[in-house]
Design a protein around this ligand. Structure first.
Ligand SMILES: Nc1ncnc2c1ncn2[C@@H]1O[C@H](COP(=O)(O)OP(=O)(O)O)[C@@H](O)[C@H]1O
Ligand SMILES: [Mg+2]
Length: 266
């Protein structure tokens, strides 16, 4: 999930996509790369500052020990939940951000951590900060594809242009695999003019270059209530419109959207 604007539902989407994928039987790992630890908290880690070992510690270990030393046991830095696993973080990760800047090859440290874990998981979902700093660059360097949550209230063509340019720069210089998976419209109130105007601008911006997911996440207080209860909307209120929308979105991500229709048509 990437968008350098805050409040576009990156963390909410990371939580709900991961939970939906895990509920569908996929092996999922989440990695929290935002020092404020919203994603960690949404998985029930109430006091991230008390974590004995976190994303900060494992990345610091990798920076300090270099390539040679074996990593600590996975059990040290991966928290296994009921449905999925997470590498949580806390505010210490802000220090890692600075240390990564001074490290030769600092944009690839996360890739080195995640590469061996790819064999254990079908999906690794990364939540990023509302900035394009070294932690976000590490996420872009490590990922296969980027989902960009966009909220009509916070629409900014300039912001999106900057992000897309950064992604293409990362593709040229660090990670040739990276693709833009698509733009997810979040916090939508489809009756409003704001929504229609933003949708038109977004269509114009994306044209045939960038996919906009058919699923749109409605704006609803239930999402805030779910976040407040440290739960995904899927677990909090499976019948809510937002939960249904996130399930449809997850199907698009896995390529199974409308698979019934496809079969029927075939
Ligand atoms: N579909 C939605 N409807 C209403 N509120 C939402 C929705 N999605 C997210 N929010 C709220 O918007 C705020 C920002 O969401 P968050 O996922 O933290 O954004 P980001 O990670 O991009 O900063 C949170 O308070 C969250 O509860
Ligand atoms: Mg966030």
């Amino acid at each position: 999930m990437a968008n350098q604007k805050g409040g576009t539902a990156k963390s909410t989407t990371a939580c709900n996509l991961s939970t939906t994928l895990a509920s569908a039987g996929h092996r999922v790992l989440c990695a929290d790369l935002y020092p404020q630890a919203n994603l960690s908290m949404s998985f029930g880690i109430e006091r991230p500052e008390e974590l004995a070992f976190s994303m900060h510690d494992i990345l610091t270990f990798m920076i300090e020990k270099g390539d040679g030393s074996p990593l600590p046991d996975k059990i040290e830095y991966i928290v296994s939940g009921d449905k999925l696993d997470i590498i949580p973080c806390n505010i210490n990760l802000a220090v890692t951000e600075i240390n990564l800047r001074n490290e030769l090859g600092g944009e690839r440290v996360l890739s080195e951590l995640l590469e061996p874990l790819c064999a254990d998981y079908e999906y690794i979902v990364l939540d990023t900060s509302p900035s394009i700093g070294m932690l976000t660059i590490n996420a872009l360097a490590a990922c296969d594809s980027v989902i960009i949550p966009v909220s009509p209230q916070l629409w900014s063509a300039t912001g999106l242009t900057d992000l897309v340019q950064t992604i293409f720069k990362v593709k040229r210089k660090i990670n040739p695999r990276i693709e833009i998976e698509g733009i997810l419209m979040t916090m939508c109130d489809e009756r409003t003019r704001l929504f229609r105007d933003t949708k038109a601008l977004l269509d114009e911006f994306c044209r045939d270059r960038i996919r906009i997911f058919d699923a749109r996440i409605p704006s609803t207080v239930r999402v805030g209530e779910a976040n407040y209860s440290s739960a995904s909307i899927i677990d909090f209120d499976a019948k809510s419109k937002a939960a249904t929308a996130y399930i449809e979105f997850a199907k698009e991500v896995t390529g199974h959207a409308d698979s019934d229709k496809t079969t029927a048509t075939a």
